[in-house]
Design a protein around this ligand. Structure first.
Ligand SMILES: [Zn+2]
Length: 65
């Protein structure tokens, strides 16, 4: 997963929690989120949510072969 922080804001409205907070603008290389301002806690959530979604790479750690 490739996430870029493209900007830092001392105070801006977070896209997810809609509160005015210190936030960063993030850009997921795979397009999950583009130029989206998120506060630090929502950024961590976004990364967790993204990690839970099926990856495009066909890795199956529980393969019974
Ligand atoms: Zn937030």
């Amino acid at each position: 997963m490739d996430v870029k922080l493209t900007a830092w804001h001392e105070s801006t409205t977070c896209t997810w929690c809609e509160k005015d907070r210190e936030a960063v603008t993030i850009d997921f290389a795979d397009g999950f989120l583009r130029h989206t301002p998120l506060c630090w806690s929502c950024l961590q959530k976004a990364i967790k949510v993204r990690n839970r979604q099926p990856a495009s790479a066909p890795t199956t750690p529980r393969s019974s072969n």
